[in-house]
Design a protein around this ligand. Sequence first.
Ligand code: AP5
Ligand code: MG
Length: 214
Amino acid sequence: MKIIMLGAPGAGKGTQAKKIAEKYGIPHISTGDIFRANIKNGTELGKKAKTYMDQGLLVPDELVVDLVVDRVQQADCEKGYVLDGFPRTIPQAESLDEALAKLGDKVDFAINVEVPDENIINRMGGRRACVGCGATYHVVFNAPKVEDVCDTCGEKLILRDDDKPETVKKRLDVYHEQTQPLIDYYKKAGVLKEVDGTVAMEEVFQAIVQVLGA
Ligand code: AP5
Ligand code: MG
């Protein structure tokens, strides 16, 4: 099962992708998490990506496409995977399709988690991310057991640098301009599924499970 998560920044792609990965036993591949891990480890890729991410801009396609195309060909992806945050531009989607076609493969589902812009700004201010394992929380909607401490690995929770209100607004603009056209792209491919992302996390997940038909 090859699944793509679509949706605005903060729509809940990561939250739902983790649940899908767990339920179906497939890897969760988040390009944002990959970049943040590279930034944390001070790699060349991390340094390059950070300059774009801090401004709310997309990292150039050439820095992300090969990375994902390589990743989805690793052994643990044999049964499928859930891609979160990729593709984000039409050229990225085309590159993925080409790479999959060469393997005689294709995307099975593109799930668009729909949340209007007004809800997004509120959500982002309350999001906390773990510096250790990347787990995501929300101070109101999904609070950790101990304030600012990760339930899973015990590391510190922080507000992501790009979750400040000015940067969130920029990310939303970039989303509408460069990523939203993917909704039509996958509709034309006949794999688009839409779910309401404004309801409670568990309800969103149930809607996704229904869409996946399993
Ligand atoms: P990335 O990390 O992918 O960020 P994003 O797309 O902006 O999305 P977010 O992770 O902010 O939101 P999400 O949809 O995962 O929501 P979440 O589940 O956390 O990318 C970061 C940056 O990296 C980009 O700006 C770009 O620079 C770069 N990048 C990454 N991939 C790239 C690519 N392919 N090409 C180029 N550049 C790339 O939920 C948000 C909050 O809401 C959480 O606190 C959560 O607990 C809460 N929440 C979730 N669901 C609900 C609900 N139903 N009700 C209430 N609260 C909820
Ligand atoms: Mg995310």
